[in-house]
Design a protein around this ligand. Sequence first.
Ligand SMILES: Cc1cc2nc3c(=O)[nH]c(=O)nc-3n(C[C@H](O)[C@H](O)[C@H](O)COP(=O)(O)O)c2cc1C
Length: 158
Amino acid sequence: MKALVVYDSVFGNTEKVAQAIGAALGAPEEVAVVRIGDASLGRLAGVDVLVVGSPTRAFRPMPTVSDLIKGLPAGALQGVRTAAFDTRLSPQDVNSAILGFFVRLFGWAAEKLDKALVGKGGSQAAAPEGFYVVASEGPLRDGELERAGAWARQIAAG
Ligand SMILES: Cc1cc2nc3c(=O)[nH]c(=O)nc-3n(C[C@H](O)[C@H](O)[C@H](O)COP(=O)(O)O)c2cc1C
């Protein structure tokens, strides 16, 4: 199984999650983990599994990440198993009722990425997932990298 994990990250937390997912997906020679700027569309050729991740910013993925998917030709992901993840804040952790209100309205990034991937022909390999940071710049909550590994193993198991 050839897998590609593509992500963007501002403070490094999404990068850590992407690396944990890559490590759990399969052998290093079968899995590439690349930050979005280095992810030429050519890397998609022959990929069986595509995992895309972004920090949630203003309830959405970063434009770099959504634009990469938007830029794919129609049907480009036909035959590819796809999955999306984000990093996010929990309204409880930051004790913000306002964030809670807007999250209920607008959600997070992973669901939007998942829809975009399926819109380009991808078949959903796992439900979209979010991994929590305890503050905007991190760190990740304890146990999130392990949870990311478990999510990836579920994808690898098909
Ligand atoms: C400008 C800005 C907007 C953000 N918007 C949201 C948001 O809408 N929902 C949320 O859960 N977290 C939000 N966050 C927190 C980010 O999700 C957090 O910074 C990110 O997960 C860290 O990932 P990174 O280290 O890979 O950049 C925001 C952070 C910043 C700086």
